[in-house]
Design a protein. Structure first.
Length: 199
């Protein structure tokens, strides 16, 4: 029987809002089952929404415990969460973390063709503002595993107000650009290209 969310006031049901949360998360955690025991791994990811279907794209080595489990049972659970800060109060037990998260069930599909692997890799590059795929990657495609994680069901939860979400999102984006020279240079390049296109 499906368990309903207890805190309805924190439930995020709108699909676009759930995707917005995904866009602010840095990793996806994938839960698998091996011989009746849980096994969870954090993964960097790219993602795409096509005709209402959310899919994550990941890559790893061709072999390993994770790959063996997924080939045996491709059905997984997932969670992405994003924390901002601890909200302090006068009573310690009333302190709470400002957060937003999505979680759900999904199915893993391994990508075999070079075209599909390149597409997955580019989505990962785009996710972390890393530009185009380097030439060296083309020579390693046959030595890495790429897979798509198709979401079957998803729920969202947040205790942020819309103002908090917008404000902290802008602050975090600015901090990311300042702390990561690659992202900062990528942003400058995109701005210059946009200016050039307007001339």
């Amino acid at each position: 029987m499906e368990q309903k969310m207890r805190r309805k006031d924190r439930e995020v049901t709108d699909f676009e809002e759930q995707i917005s949360i995904v866009s602010r998360c840095k990793q996806v955690h994938i839960g698998m089952v091996e011989a009746g025991k849980a096994y969870i791994v954090p993964l960097d990811f790219g993602y795409r929404v096509k005709e209402g279907q959310l899919s994550f794209y990941c890559h790893s080595a061709l072999e390993g415990r994770k790959i063996n489990i997924l080939k045996e049972n491709p059905y997984v659970t997932f969670v992405l969460d994003h924390s901002f800060r601890i909200g302090l109060g006068n009573i310690p037990l009333m302190w709470t973390n400002a957060f937003e998260s999505v979680m759900g069930e999904a199915k893993v599909v391994f990508l075999e063709s070079q075209e599909d692997k390149l597409e997955a890799t580019q989505l990962l590059m785009d996710r972390y503002d890393m530009g185009k795929i380097p030439e060296s990657v083309y020579r390693t495609l046959n030595h890495m595993s790429c897979y798509r994680i198709d979401v079957i069901s998803m729920t969202g939860k947040s205790n942020l107000t819309q103002v908090q979400r917008d404000t902290w999102g802008m602050i975090e984006d600015l901090q990311r650009k300042i702390n990561d020279p690659t992202v900062l240079l990528s942003t400058i390049r995109k701005d210059l290209e946009a200016l050039g296109g307007n001339n």
